[in-house]
Design a binder for this molecule. Structure first.
Ligand SMILES: NC(=O)c1ccc[n+]([C@@H]2O[C@H](COP(=O)([O-])OP(=O)(O)OC[C@H]3O[C@@H](n4cnc5c(N)ncnc54)[C@H](O)[C@@H]3O)[C@@H](O)[C@H]2O)c1
Ligand SMILES: O=P(O)(O)OC[C@H](O)CO
Length: 308
């Protein structure tokens, strides 16, 4: 047993929470998972935790953060947000929700090209832990880093978080592109042009553009758009096979955050006049406003313009 064993609580027993718990356990830290089915209350479970990792889907983030607001935490407990989504109505990112409700604990965002099934199989992967508090990021880096999981620190939490969140919408588009067999050229164009629109949104949120060229941006975009393990990709693929959105969501195991993220993103882009053509066509497709064929034609027939 290592001498510097930490107490880590993972909130959420879904695919990502379980994979993160396995990573912590690999390093022989003490890990416990809290879910809504747990016997202990969340407050009881976190009372002795050095790190508290939230891996619930976006719909659960505020409820969980509100529960922790009234819990007695260790004075130096570090909060980690591993959710990739945007909250409807407030349009906040998970880290913005955490920061607003629990401002006096260090907050770290964990995000990267991390398909949970591959991580559960012990395949090599890398991720990013981002915080404005460098020592908190290093603390979390050391808890998770292992032979099979390489962890980088970063000082741009909102950029790291948005890379992971916004790519889910694009993965729906790319899943549909593959489902229609549109070819490698189309897929490459879709991914590359999408990264530009992700950066536009990121800059609006105050992120640094260069963050999106890293693991949590381009890295996660490539992972999610190239793997049928991705639930968001699966949704797009299923729609291209003629399934309704409801059927596509039902057939996916776990949460495909991109569906809700598309709605929130389009509200933001309408209000702030941010040009996000690929995400907008995904939104219109999911709303049933257009067919997939119309989405492809619409994207190809837009006004010609310079690349940059
Ligand atoms: N699965 C992955 O490969 C992966 C990787 C990186 C990030 N993520 C992100 O992690 C988040 C969770 O994904 P997942 O794959 O584990 O999804 P999942 O559907 O497998 O699990 C979601 C979990 O959130 C919990 N939850 C939802 N609302 C809750 C609430 N109000 N209170 C308590 N718990 C609540 C559910 O009970 C469940 O345990 C998503 O934002 C996802 O984008 C997933
Ligand atoms: O299964 P998805 O589409 O939620 O993607 C999982 C992770 O975000 C990939 O990094």
């Amino acid at each position: 047993m290592k001498s510097d064993v930490k107490n880590v609580t993972i909130i959420g027993s879904g695919a990502w929470g379980s994979a993160l718990a396995t990573l912590v356990q690999t390093n022989q830290h003490h890990v416990q998972i809290w879910s809504r089915q747990s016997q202990l209350s969340l407050a009881e479970m976190v009372s002795n935790s050095d790190a508290i990792v939230s891996a619930v889907s976006i719909k659960g983030v505020r409820t969980i953060a509100e529960k922790l607001q009234t819990a007695k935490l260790q004075p130096n407990a570090v909060l980690v947000s591993a959710t990739k989504g945007l909250e409807p109505v407030t349009r906040q990112t998970p880290s913005q929700i955490w920061r607003s409700l629990i401002p006096d604990h260090p907050l770290v965002v964990l995000s990267g090209p991390n398909l949970s099934k591959e991580i559960m199989m012990g395949q090599p992967a890398a991720t990013v832990v981002a915080s404005t508090d460098a020592s908190a990021a290093q603390f979390i880096q050391n808890i998770f880093a292992s032979r099979n999981f390489r962890v980088y620190t970063n000082s741009d939490p909102i950029g790291v978080e948005l890379g992971g969140t916004l790519k889910n919408v694009i993965a729906i588009a790319v899943g549909a592109c593959d489902g229609l067999n549109l070819g490698t050229n189309a897929k490459s164009a879709l991914i590359t042009r999408s990264l530009i629109e992700i950066i536009r949104v990121g800059v609006y949120f105050g992120a640094q553009p260069e963050t999106f060229w890293g693991l949590s941006g381009l890295g996660d975009l490539l992972a999610t758009c190239n793997s049928n393990l991705s639930r968001n990709y699966q949704v797009g693929y299923a729609i291209a096979q003629g399934k309704s959105l409801e059927e596509a969501i039902t057939n996916v195991q776990g949460t495909a955050e991109g569906v809700n993220t598309a709605n929130v993103l389009i509200e933001i882009s309408d209000r702030e006049k941010i040009n996000v053509p690929v995400s907008r066509y995904v939104y219109r497709l999911l709303q049933g406003e257009i067919t997939l064929q119309q989405a492809v034609e619409g994207l190809m027939e837009r006004d010609l313009k310079p690349e940059n």
